[in-house]
Design a protein around this ligand. Structure first.
Ligand SMILES: *Cc1c(COP(=O)(O)O)cnc(C)c1O
Length: 429
């Protein structure tokens, strides 16, 4: 498959944007070749500027749970945009999507719309601080929460809970407000809360950690976090920017039956438009301006075009058996690859929940970021390259998960599984 036009466009883009991109992973730094420049998508496939067609397992990094160019979403956008794009006022469509979410999510009473996942998380931690009157936030190694200053922090060497920033440009004083722990560490968590709960406003976690591989946690562990947060008067924030509306309409909160204090959303909720949201009980949300003292605003927040797209996606997700079908289809796909890898004794396993999957280049189940073998990423690089040549697009990093949309047919997936198994022979051959 030729990538001449993508190469040429990328050369031009490098003169215009840092690294030629507007979001870093897109640059294909950890895989080979220039990034694909995509010109159109339909259903489970998209087409690049060299006219190659790919089966897409990245789905715009998660939002496209119904695939590309979904009829109902497109029609809703077109119909709405004919009346204007944004008024900076409340709209009826805003009420409609608000109702749709709140009435179908047992843990939400009020929400606030913003324009990205990062903005949702940033606002949620401000709310947690404003509500509790405390400053520190606990996060977990291997969870990503957008590019919020104080959350671009990883565990430093030495004392586990003192963080180190993962980006330059972040004041040390911000980093000091963040405490970092490993996932799946009950004892460490209890000790931290016991010692520092008077300073800790909130604990934030991706209940389904899906930004550093797919590090599925045990339900018991998540329940334990909830129990200890209650015991010590610390808020629990579920960052459901990926898992929200993905593993069920009620996301991971519903999946595990755990009520967080604040939930953040992004990706799917906007139906492919830039939307984020955060929500919780009436009581907590009453602290947000103008009801309360926690300031947060947005020029294009809840603009009607984005809300129309969100309504169109959410209504389709509420159709009977939507999530069950997605789960069955995805599991069939990952099971078939797993069976093949087992027969050949390849040291890998497929991790899957709902319509999210990940190739783990390890035999054992992995719970924490530090259990990921960096050498597996070399294998992923070969795999990515070979799959691209066979018309299958995975997100360009072995730490990224894959997504299956409603538009991926059983036949698409059966064919892709055969191709992937053939490529595994090359990777492990
Ligand atoms: C993608 C993501 C974010 C950031 O969302 P953006 O819309 O990219 O700002 C935050 N948290 C999680 C869990 C995410 O997956």
């Amino acid at each position: 498959m030729k990538r001449n036009n993508s190469q040429q466009l990328f050369d031009e883009a490098k003169l215009l944007f840092p690294g030629g991109v507007n979001s870093p992973v897109r640059a294909f730094k950890s895989v080979s070749g220039p990034p694909l420049f995509i010109k159109s998508g339909n259903g489970a496939h998209f087409i690049d500027e060299d006219d190659n067609t790919y089966l897409d397992f990245c789905c715009s990094w998660g939002p496209l749970i119904l695939g590309h160019n979904n009829d109902k979403i497109r029609e809703a956008i077109v119909k709405t945009v004919a009346n204007g794009t944004s008024f900076g006022t409340p709209t009826k469509l805003g009420n409609e999507i608000g109702r749709l979410i709140v009435e179908n999510h047992r843990y939400l009473e009020k929400i606030r719309f913003v324009s990205s996942g990062t903005e949702a998380v940033m606002s949620a931690i401000r709310l947690a601080r404003g509500y509790s009157g405390k400053n520190k936030i606990v996060k977990f190694e291997g969870c990503y929460h957008g590019h919020v200053d104080s959350l671009l922090v990883k565990a430093g060497s030495g004392l586990a809970t003192f963080g180190e920033s993962t980006s330059s440009g972040i004041p040390k004083s911000f980093v000091e407000e963040t405490l970092v722990l490993g996932l799946n560490d009950l004892a460490g968590f209890e000790k931290l809360l016991e010692e520092q709960h008077n300073d800790i406003a909130a604990v934030i976690i991706e209940p389904i950690p899906a930004n550093n591989g797919l590090l599925l946690q045990d339900q018991n562990y998540l329940v334990w976090l909830r129990t200890l947060c209650d015991k010590y008067g610390v808020l629990l924030i579920f960052d459901e920017v990926i898992s929200g509306f993905r593993v069920g309409f009620e996301g991971a909160s519903g999946y595990y039956s755990i009520q967080p204090d604040i939930i953040t959303f992004g990706k799917i909720v906007g139906g492919g438009m830039p939307v984020g949201a955060y929500g919780g009980s009436k009581e907590i949300m009453s602290h947000v301006a103008p009801d309360g003292p926690v300031y947060q605003a947005g020029t294009l927040s809840a603009n009607p075009v984005a809300m129309a797209a969100g309504i169109a996606v959410l209504k389709q997700l509420l159709e009977e058996d939507f999530y069950e079908n997605q789960h069955i289809k995805t599991k069939k796909f990952t099971d078939s690859i797993q069976r093949y890898a087992d027969e050949k004794e390849y040291p890998m396993h497929m991790v899957q929940i709902g319509s999210i999957f990940w190739f783990a280049f390890a035999q054992e189940r992995i719970f924490t970021a530090d259990q990921i073998d960096p050498q597996g990423m070399d294998k992923f690089k070969v795999m990515h390259h070979e799959l691209l040549h066979r018309g299958i697009y995975l997100g360009p990093s072995g730490y990224e998960v894959g997504f299956i949309s409603a538009a991926h047919t059983d036949e698409d997936l059966a064919d892709a599984a055969i191709t992937i198994c053939n490529v595994l022979d090359l990777v492990f051959g």
